[in-house]
Design a protein around this ligand. Structure first.
Ligand code: GLC
Length: 793
């Protein structure tokens, strides 16, 4: 399959007549007839169904949209010279070869004059984007945050297999996940376009033609959702409402994870555990890559290296360390291997046109692939996986190679539903249905426990079932830089829980790169160091005491900030807001449209990590210490510099010099940041004693904190509290009010204020659920980056 070819609009035919019927408008060309229907979806979107007469199979195969939104409210067209679909959300005017959208909030979007075309099964939609300044979303992508000038392919691939020599570049396309969502920024108004078609598609944003954004599907019918703004937050929330949100994850899964392809035996993990303890670094989970298996057979353990995995993993858990194992979909084709035999007997594998089971070649050699689109396959897989999870006493699973990677054989030969459904209908959804089957496995074990799955591939909606990491990156500065816009765009595309391999997977990392990657990554939603077999080891202590000190500081700060991260995940579950956000999520202005080496965690903490080094960036030496220079853009208002402990006025861009131990980090005026100050353990525990870090200069503080049991799914039935926290400061006095409401017992969490950026003695009144406590407060500043921790050898 070739990637990177241009879409040529001259290969399409454009309609020359329009007919308006009762419930649709019809476009006719010489070689096609297309019916267009319009519906409203709840109160946030319009859906345009393009029903191309050349598409024989008209069924919708996409599982992206939640069932409750699959039926919309039809909007009948009005007859006239053109067709006019008018609803309370806005109107769509359709000519024979073009359309114009006018949303009630004032947003306008049109195709070009020859804007709707057909070529066989293919559909082309060319939008006039000459007024659009920013293009965001698009799922998992390389390059910059703003996709103007990019052409993106929506076809999941095993990147390294397709681009063996270009992995160190940052411009390969496609990647592992396909989410065809375009969020357009025109002035201060955002509009989302979600092209729901699970087959391969291409979106060209001003590469073929400046001023045009061209969508082209390769087959099947497309349903176009127009998601109304006006704000970016509105569009992102609507997309999350439409395709689903991530459940609230188990607390341990948002801690720090240690992984490496190359940990092979129990002894390796014992040594790892000892090292983490010795160096004073908390770790939430150890990850088993493919070597734990017996000959790479899924759901097995190598009996020599892991004689009693259940007992071993249970032992790790007693030290607070969870375990996660890799699971590949490919089942070794080997009569006598029980999973193969069972699957064969139950007819669960994908077929070829010849009627045989489709065979690829992955780690175990010849492999067959479960057809997860079938309910009976998912049930079979869930049963086997549940047994395996229980017997192995693992806590989470890592779904890899589900692009699907088929190695030696062309993936296109893999058919679904007993050979009846062509590959293209489910290719991009293979990982999605595998993840769905995985959640069924966890549900079989305990419906009320929170599952944890990490997946490599995904499509729109997979966030309902799994977190995502961005695949096989490289240990290079370019890939560190790329990881920020990539995670931000994933967050705007519904995937809040994601992150890269910290330190880089392929190639050899350096001490400086590793430190800077941790400093960028410790606030990412998913935080895991992972590296490839035979690459230079990159555990936190591998590069000597100074590197260790800086990395340890970042990981420890992650654990201190778990209450904030957890709040962000909870907020995502309730609203769809991403955990990590580009600045333009919270601030309007051209200054933020292309800003992608900075980000916000929630709405109050701003990180501007150092993403150059090893002689590449602008370096200066101050009092003998090397520092990296970078530009930092702070939105208007006051910001507290957490390195230097001082207030800085925003609304400007300035230079910042950071030594290796420093990463530019700022809290906005009015921020209330929940912080865990107790002893650090691998298992983060209950987080029931929280400090409220108050950053009050000119603005009062306001924050919502969520209280629940942190482990069950009871919150889905409303068993959680929302604590509204407000904080005001007067003359040498602060007043903090915490008011919990909801269906969870109140008062299970204790809050203590810590005041930043002030001096002298202060009177503090803390009113918790109506009960008032007075104290005297010395303004303090916690050592966020733990610079005062002793350096360990
Ligand atoms: C794939 C995964 C990588 C893993 C390796 C071996 O390349 O993306 O994370 O380490 O396979 O399982």
């Amino acid at each position: 399959m070739l990637f990177g070819q241009k879409v040529h609009p001259l290969n399409f035919e454009y309609g020359d007549s329009l007919t308006v019927a009762e419930d649709h408008a019809r476009l006719d060309g010489r070689h096609f007839t297309a019916m267009v229907r319009c519906e409203t979806i709840a109160d946030f979107g319009l859906r345009l169904r393009f029903d191309n007469g050349n598409v024989a199979d008209k069924r919708q195969y996409s599982d992206a949209v939640l069932p409750q939104y699959r039926e919309g409210r039809p909007v009948p067209p009005r007859r006239g010279f053109n067709a006019l679909f008018r609803s309370e959300l806005g109107s769509v005017e359709l000519g024979a070869s073009w359309l114009r959208i006018a949303l009630a909030n004032g947003a306008r979007l049109s195709t070009t004059r020859e804007g709707i075309g057909v070529n066989g099964e293919k559909l082309i939609l060319s939008f006039d984007v000459s007024e659009v300044a920013g293009f965001y979303g698009f799922g998992e992508r390389t390059k910059r945050l703003n996709k103007s000038g990019d052409r993106m392919d929506f076809w999941n691939v095993d990147v390294v297999a397709v681009f063996p020599h270009t992995y160190t570049r940052d411009d390969y396309d496609p990647a592992y996940a396909s989410i065809p969502l375009a969020i357009l920024k025109t002035g201060a108004n955002y509009t989302g376009l979600f092209f729901d078609n699970p087959e391969r598609a291409v979106i060209d944003v001003e590469q073929a033609q400046p001023g045009q954004m061209i969508y082209q599907s390769m087959g099947g019918n497309t349903e176009l959702y127009v998601l109304a703004g006006p704000t970016l937050r509105d569009v992102v929330r609507h997309f999350a409402a439409l395709t689903g949100k991530a459940e609230v994850p188990p607390l341990w899964s948002i801690g720090y994870h240690q992984c490496r392809w190359g940990y092979e035996t129990e002894a390796d993990f014992v040594a790892l555990k000892q090292d983490f303890a010795k160096f004073g670094i908390p770790v939430s989970a150890f990850w088993y890559d493919i070597d734990y298996m017996d000959g790479y057979r899924v759901f097995t353990w190598d009996e020599v290296d892991f004689p009693a995995p259940g007992a071993f993993n249970a032992g790790l858990k007693e030290s607070g360390i969870r375990t996660v194992t890799i699971i590949d979909p490919g089942v070794k084709l080997e009569p006598g291997y029980s999973i193969y035999d069972e699957g064969k007997a139950r007819e669960v594998f994908c077929k070829t046109q010849s009627g045989r089971d489709y065979v690829g070649r992955v780690w175990p050699g010849d492999t067959v692939f479960p057809d997860f689109t079938l309910e009976h396959t998912r049930a079979w897989w869930a049963e086997a996986m549940a047994k395996y999870i229980r017997d192995s006493a693992i806590d989470g699973v890592w779904l890899d190679m589900n692009d699907p990677a088929t190695g030696y054989s062309a993936a296109e030969d893999m058919l679904f539903d007993g050979g009846r459904v062509p590959h293209a209908k489910y290719h991009n959804q293979y990982a999605h249905f595998m993840a769905r089957a995985g959640v069924e496995a966890f549900d079989r074990l305990d419906r009320n426990a929170r599952p944890f799955q990490l997946t490599r591939s995904a499509c729109a909606g997979t966030q309902r079932y799994a977190a995502l990491w961005t695949g096989d990156n490289a240990s290079s500065w370019g890939h560190l830089r790329m990881s920020i816009p990539c995670t931000l765009n994933l967050g705007l595309s519904g995937f809040a829980f994601n992150g890269p391999d910290v330190g880089g997977f392929m190639g050899h990392t350096t001490a400086e790169l590793l430190v800077r990657w941790y400093q960028a990554g410790f606030l990412f939603p998913f935080f895991r160091n992972h590296s490839m077999l035979d690459s230079k080891p990159q555990e936190p202590w591998e590069f000597g005491p100074r590197t260790l000190q800086a990395i340890r500081a970042a990981i420890r700060t992650r654990y201190r900030l778990l209450p904030l991260l957890y709040t962000c995940f909870f907020q995502h579950y309730l609203t769809g807001d991403p955990v990590l956000r580009p600045l333009l999520y919270e601030y309007e202005g051209a200054a933020f449209e292309n800003l992608d080496d900075q980000f916000l965690l929630g709405d109050s903490l701003l990180a501007a990590p150092i993403v150059h080094g090893d002689g590449q960036g602008r370096e200066i030496v101050i009092r003998g210490a090397r520092r990296q220079l970078r530009y930092v853009t702070l939105p208007p208002g006051w910001w507290f510099d957490l390195n230097r402990g001082e207030w800085i006025e925003g609304g400007r861009t300035f230079e910042y010099a950071a030594a290796l131990e420093e990463t530019p980090l700022f809290a906005r005026d009015g921020a209330v940041i929940p912080w865990y100050e107790g002893p650090l353990h691998n298992d983060p525990g209950e987080l029931d004693q929280i400090e409220l870090h108050l950053f009050l200069k000119e603005r009062p503080g306001r924050f919502f904190y969520f209280v629940d049991d942190r482990r069950s799914r009871d919150y889905r039935e409303g068993r959680y509290n929302t604590a509204l926290i407000t904080a005001d400061s007067g003359y040498r006095a602060i007043r903090v009010n915490v008011m919990e409401s909801g269906q969870y017992p109140t008062g299970t969490v204790g809050f203590r204020p810590v005041l930043y950026g002030r001096s002298g003695e202060w009177q503090a009144v803390v009113v918790t659920n109506g009960e008032s406590r007075q104290s005297t407060l010395q303004p303090a500043t916690r050592d966020w980056l733990c610079k005062s921790l002793p350096v360990l050898a």
